[in-house]
Design a protein around this ligand. Structure first.
Ligand code: APR
Length: 240
């Protein structure tokens, strides 16, 4: 299967990636909907909504503080590093990610759109003033207006960052190969992106998704291992 993926990458002009939480589990970050995912332990409505932020700030703060603190000891894995290398060698053009952990950028990827925002960027929910991670972790109030601090992640029901979304739309329209890695494609509107391209589509996931049949190629397995295998094949062919 990786042979076909490597061949399609070699023969493509504009390769665009869409990644999800399954791209980060091998860096120690839980995903959301697999058997060990966050939403199997806690109801997303209780922590990842504006209602949670406004009506149950202590649980909201506990959830995001835990994730932010845990992230400090997580590093990109070789799969992230391979994508960054492929970008530097113009093998791929762009990564649209649903992940808020910043691991693609930490691995060196530069053309990245964070479609669900970033947990690393803190702002006041009321006035939008930027704040530090420490101020959030210490449950400080906004220094400008006294409002509640929050990570700049997209909560359920919120709009996606306009520029990130527009960049992802444009690159998907121009792509002749879209590779989706580690996402259940359950969340709208990101789950519509792969269908925008007129090119080929590939999904890499360690378990079946409801969308598998919509893709030209479906590879079940570990994101990290499949990226390593594909990179080895590209190197053998002198491309990577
Ligand atoms: N390799 C490949 N696939 C993996 C791996 C791995 N190492 N680990 C997990 N997966 C798969 C899981 O089996 C699952 O199908 O990745 C998929 C992750 O799906 P979700 O947990 O639903 O995460 P994601 O699709 O990114 O969620 C989208 O939902 O809750 C919101 O804002 C949150 O951005 C998130 C959005």
């Amino acid at each position: 299967m990786s042979e076909k993926l490597a061949q399609w990458i070699r023969n493509s002009r504009k390769v665009v990636l869409l990644t999800g939480a399954g791209m980060s589990t091998e860096s120690g970050i839980p995903d959301f909907r697999s058997s060990s995912g966050w939403w199997k332990q806690i109801n997303p409505h209780d922590v990842a909504t504006i209602e949670a932020l406004e009506n149950n700030y202590s649980l909201f703060h506990q959830f995001y503080s835990y994730r932010l603190t845990a992230l400090a000891s997580c590093e990109p894995h070789i799969g992230h590093q391979i994508l960054a290398k492929w970008e530097s060698k113009n093998i791929i053009d762009f990564v649209a990610t649903q992940n808020v952990d910043g691991l693609h950028q930490k691995a060196g990827s530069q053309n990245v759109s964070e479609l669900h925002g970033s947990i690393q960027a803190i702002r006041c929910h009321q006035c939008g003033t930027e704040a530090t991670k420490d101020e959030f972790l210490e449950e400080k109030a906004c220094t400008a207006c006294g409002g509640r601090l929050r990570p700049s992640v997209v909560l359920f029901g919120e709009m996606l960052p306009e520029n990130s979304w527009k960049r992802a739309l444009t690159t998907m329209e121009q792509a002749d190969l879209v590779i989706v890695i580690g996402t259940s494609l359950q969340v709208y509107p990101v789950n519509q992106l792969p269908y925008i391209t007129k090119g080929r589509t590939v999904i890499i996931n360690n378990e079946k998704t409801q969308s598998d049949a919509n893709f030209d190629l479906c590879i079940h397995g570990s994101a990290k291992e499949i990226l390593v295998q594909t990179n080895n094949l590209l190197e053998q062919g002198g491309l990577s």
